[in-house]
Ligand binder design. Structure first.
Ligand code: FUB
Length: 330
């Protein structure tokens, strides 16, 4: 496969692709974008998605097969709306779909649903994961079989409202209220080990700190490098790679560390801005090559909340750095 990104699905809009290889086959767990008629705002109200579809591919160059609706918001007792970026994991022959959604109290939490098949249908747990909050769960399996969830998102993802460990319900609800000053450390994504049954956090979520090359935490005003949303973790050649979106500066970046909790040191840009506001990805190995799954809004003519997922080969250079890809390249 070349370094030209390829759109995978053209008959419905999809975004935030989380890709995994289960039993030798590629499975993709994306958001399912729709136009629900909500006005655009900086809290992302226009991302009013209601269900998830799962896709499979025999190989990175084959067609993506749509396995239909795997979970709908109406089936999830605690969730009212906004089924944002999901992820999935497998353990002992069972499959787990992790998803953020807004509850009836207006607060984002993260839920889990279980299936015997990677394509679902998934049966949701009656409650959200205890102690979960914010958005964009990504579940990583370490070599010892432990699973870790990485999560969090600024602005509409509400991470800035959880700085004390409790939701700050004070108004205003503006996306940029409740933030540290530019010279203060940036807000951190979160990491928590999962319980053996994959259904709860085994510990209180911890900050995942991203450092600059001097060993100092990135600052809140460093918007070209600090975490915004779209956490992902992969392990390559003895190193843990935490990757993420910088949100309002529209970059996919990475940082490296020597264990799943970090700290991580900023490494560079994986993908320059794409057509559309959001950028979100996963990184997955298939056979001996690595792939970046991501999305853009090209097929909808640039409509922010109508996105389409793509695949492109990703290269780790001999020094361990990741080659930067051009988000505009088709
Ligand atoms: O798809 C809704 C939100 O847009 C995701 O949760 C964010 O990561 C961004 O892609």
């Amino acid at each position: 496969m070349s370094k030209i990104a390829r759109h995978l699905i053209k008959d419905i809009f999809t975004a935030d692709p989380s890709a995994h290889v289960f039993n030798g086959k590629l499975y993709i767990y994306p958001s399912h974008d729709i136009d629900a008629g909500e006005a655009f705002d900086d809290l992302g109200s226009h991302f009013d998605m209601q269900d998830y579809h799962v896709f499979s591919m025999e190989s990175p160059s084959s067609e993506a097969v749509d396995h239909g609706v795997a979970l709908e918001v109406n089936e999830v007792k605690w969730a009212e709306k906004q089924m944002w970026a999901p992820d999935a994991a497998e353990k002992d022959g069972k499959f787990y779909l992790y998803f953020p959604a807004k509850g009836y109290d207006g607060i984002f939490r993260i839920g889990v649903a279980v299936s015997d098949s990677p394509t679902g249908p998934f049966v949701p747990q009656p409650e959200a994961i205890k102690g979960s909050f914010s958005i964009d769960p990504a579940v990583f399996k370490d070599h010892d079989g432990s699973h870790y969830m990485y999560f969090g998102g600024l602005w509409g993802g509400q991470l800035q409202r959880w700085q004390t460990g409790k939701f700050n319900g004070e108004q205003p609800e503006s996306p940029t209220a409740h933030f540290p000053n530019d010279e203060e450390p940036a807000l951190c994504p979160k990491v928590a080990k999962l319980t053996n049954d994959m259904l709860e956090f085994a510990e209180t979520p911890k900050d995942l700190v991203i450092l600059n090359k001097f060993g100092e935490p990135l600052k809140a005003g460093d918007t070209n490098r600090r975490f915004f949303e779209a956490a992902w973790m992969h392990y390559y050649n003895g190193t843990y790679y935490f990757s993420y979106s910088t949100g309002d500066t529209h970059l996919l970046c990475y940082a490296t560390g020597d264990n799943p909790y970090g700290p991580f040191t900023y490494g560079g840009v994986i993908l320059t801005p794409v057509v559309g506001w959001t950028t979100h990805h996963s990184i997955c190995k298939f056979e001996d090559k690595w792939y970046l799954f991501h999305h853009d809004s090209k097929l909808s003519g640039g409509v922010t909340h109508l996105r389409s997922i793509k695949i492109v080969e990703l290269t780790h250079k001999p020094d361990g750095s990741i080659e930067t890809l051009d988000g505009m390249m088709e």
